[in-house]
Design a protein. Structure first.
Length: 212
């Protein structure tokens, strides 16, 4: 039978072990959430890439009679904790606004890196150009239908991939990766409100282009 001092020592050891296990678990959990490594911080060339995409978008828009003033560009090569959903003014060739946006987890608990697909039920982001359709009240509130315009995303409507918001997406940039979706480009509630104003005021369809 343990003496009081021995029992106290045993309890201390058990408690210390529990704390150690808890700390180890937290590191694993935080790894799943996705801390951004230094080497993955925003590339200094992302602005040049955005401008190049805007030039390509401008030609597509003029040919297909989309909104000639504004388009939405999403650079999936950037960390999700950094603004990568860009509202771009095609007339002034300048950035109007930007916000955070999720990428698909491909039906995994947490997707490390990036993976893209266009199969119904895949849960992944699909790269390509999208026509932003009518708004409606969906599962997460206000949402906009999306119609894929390329072979890489032409199943978007059948997959129920839509533009909507969720409270898990912060309003400002964060150090860590943000939540992931099942393929929908999900933004913060405040940012969706800004996008809503643009889409609803537009007399022509607004182009959304998701690229890497």
């Amino acid at each position: 039978m343990l003496k009081p001092k021995g029992l106290l020592l045993l309890l201390i050891l058990i408690f210390s072990g529990a704390l150690l296990s808890s700390s180890r678990y937290w590191k694993q959990a935080k790894g799943r959430i996705g801390t951004i490594p230094e080497e993955h911080l925003r590339s200094p060339g992302y602005k040049e890439k955005m401008q190049a995409k805007a030039s390509e978008a401008r030609m597509f828009i003029e040919k297909n009679r989309y909104n000639e003033s504004i388009c939405f560009l999403v650079d999936m090569s950037l960390p999700s904790g950094q603004n990568r959903f860009f509202v771009y003014n095609l007339k002034k060739d300048s950035l109007v606004s930007s916000g955070l946006v999720t990428h698909g987890n491909c039906n995994q608990y947490w997707l490390d890196g990036r993976k893209y697909d266009n199969v119904v039920g895949c849960g992944c982001t699909s790269l390509g150009k999208y026509k932003i359709g009518n708004s409606y009240a969906g599962r997460f509130g206000l949402a906009f239908k999306l119609f894929g315009l390329d072979k890489t995303n032409d199943k978007a409507f059948a997959r129920y991939v839509v533009l909507h918001s969720h409270s898990c997406v912060p309003e400002t940039e964060v150090k860590d990766e943000i939540c992931q979706s099942n393929g929908c480009p999900t933004v913060s509630p405040g940012f969706l409100w800004k996008l809503k104003s643009i889409v609803h005021q537009s007399k022509k369809p607004v182009l959304l282009w998701i690229y890497e």
